[in-house]
Design a protein around this ligand. Structure first.
Ligand code: TIU
Length: 221
């Protein structure tokens, strides 16, 4: 066990049961010209975490520890996209529509791919998920169990949507969850701050938070 001086109190990292989960670092959310920006969002906070997230991934790979990636995307026939999700609000573009990088959030389209800077290596697990949380209608829980993981380090986007939803799902399933605060971002910096506050409040009610450098130091120890 190696101690990380995390918020709201120390996190005891167990290299024998820890994995990194990188949430939805997809072109359509992160890149200028993608779906996220077309909805009027400022993608620059998401761009800023790419180098930190890359260093976190590199650290896990260097220690031979599991790196798991997720993508929010749907089948081409939209059979896994609830109408309540597709029809919500009045966006200029809906899931499945032709967008700047292919059909919006459809598996196999360029915009649904993970950005090249953080591309999964062959053999790394990539979970395609129809929901915001990675446990909803996927094999994620079984895969984590097969890998013997009990602790999950989280990175990715967006903090208050898919990252928070997945952390809450994982926490309820008994995983110790630690968020890398400089490897996660929101289109709304205030929401990122509030999500971290909420999750670490009440004695880490959802999980812990720490800087990437602290996590990398603990892996090196
Ligand atoms: N991955 C993820 O967070 N999906 C979203 O739709 N996020 C938004 O903040 N919209």
């Amino acid at each position: 066990m190696t101690r990380i001086d995390a918020r709201p109190f120390a996190f005891e990292l167990d290299a024998g049961s820890v994995g990194l989960v990188v949430i939805d670092m997809q072109r359509d959310f992160v890149e200028p010209g993608g779906f996220g920006e077309s909805l009027g969002n400022d993608v620059s906070p998401l761009q800023q975490i790419v180098p930190t997230t890359a260093s976190l991934i590199a650290g896990f790979r260097a220690h031979g520890l599991p790196v798991l990636h997720t993508r929010e995307c749907h089948a081409a026939d939209l059979s896994d996209c609830p109408p309540a999700k597709r029809l919500r609000g009045d966006p200029a573009l809906r899931i499945g529509d032709p967008g700047p990088m292919g059909r919006i959030l459809i598996a196999g389209e360029p915009g649904a791919e993970i950005i090249p800077e953080l591309a999964p290596l062959p053999g790394e697990i990539v979970i395609d998920k129809p929901g915001k949380g990675a446990f909803c209608r996927t094999g994620f829980e079984t895969i984590l169990g097969d890998l013997g993981l009990r602790q999950l380090i989280f990175a990715g986007v967006t903090t208050e949507v898919c990252v928070q939803t997945t952390m809450r799902e994982a926490n309820d399933r008994g995983f110790d969850c630690l968020l890398a605060v400089d490897a996660t971002a929101s289109y709304f910096p205030e929401f990122k701050r509030a999500a971290i506050e909420m999750m670490t409040a009440q004695g880490a009610i959802v999980g812990w938070a720490a800087e990437t450098a602290q996590i990398l130091e603990a892996l090196d120890d």
